[in-house]
Design a protein around this ligand. Structure first.
Ligand code: NI
Length: 228
């Protein structure tokens, strides 16, 4: 399941994020790639000790926390601190790869988070760069995404994905991994579909008795499948 959510960042947050990133030093993107991904990865990334990284991470996590669609799609249990990357010039692409299943929590030796869900938050306007399409392959086929600035795409970490070469301008984005309360992507999808349908029903008919019952069923399914 691939879910795109617009306006995850407000215009003000987007301006601040771009401003902080424009004043940051970019390092090689190899710092977070596993051995297999490293052979495909050629981009730049904000170093762990970058001055503005804590503020940028806080901003993104706050934005995710207030977004009910993100919650419904990812059912996040643990979100790793977000990373920021840049594709431009010679460092402009990331070939097909899969994300590592288990990821070390930065600064917490020996503590792992299982990556169930990956997400990319687009920070550059799509008109400002050529190429840089995020292609995600999964059981649902192959999908190319070039999101609006401030929008987020959420997809299973188990998918194979790539970013095509940026041939003009620069593509700056934030990417992140999270462990979901619901490990199985099929179960997550059922819950998401049900949650979205309930949202619509609530708008259409209000909190009618069947809506209350179905909401109960949603939570009972979540109770059955969630782990923490
Ligand atoms: Ni990846």
């Amino acid at each position: 399941m691939l879910v795109t959510i617009d306006n995850v960042l407000t215009p003000d947050e987007l301006t601040t994020a771009r401003e902080l990133l424009s004043r940051s030093r970019w390092d090689s993107g190899l710092i977070t790639a596993g051995p297999q991904a490293a052979t495909a990865k050629n981009n730049q990334q904000l170093a762990e000790d970058a001055e503005h990284l804590p503020a940028l991470r806080r901003m993104v996590l706050d934005a995710l926390n207030r977004d009910p669609i993100f919650f419904a799609a990812a059912l996040p249990l643990k979100i790793l601190p977000p990373f920021f990357n840049r594709y431009a010039g010679e460092a402009n692409t990331y070939g097909f790869h899969t994300d590592n299943a288990m990821r070390l929590v930065p600064g917490m030796a020996g503590t792992y988070v299982r990556a169930d869900v990956s997400a990319t938050l687009f920070l550059s306007d799509p008109e400002d760069y050529e190429g840089g399409v995020l292609t995600i392959e999964d059981t649902f086929g192959s999908h190319g995404v070039k999101g609006k600035a401030g929008s987020l795409v959420v997809y299973p970490s188990s998918s194979i994905h790539a970013v095509s070469p940026v041939t003009r301008g620069e593509r700056v984005a934030c990417f992140m991994f999270m462990q979901s309360m619901v490990r199985d992507p099929g179960q997550r999808r059922l819950l998401y579909d049900m949650d979205m349908a309930l949202l619509q029903l609530r708008q259409d008919v209000g909190e009618s008795e069947p809506v209350v019952r179905l909401t109960g069923t949603y939570h009972n399914l979540l109770r059955r499948w969630a782990e923490n």
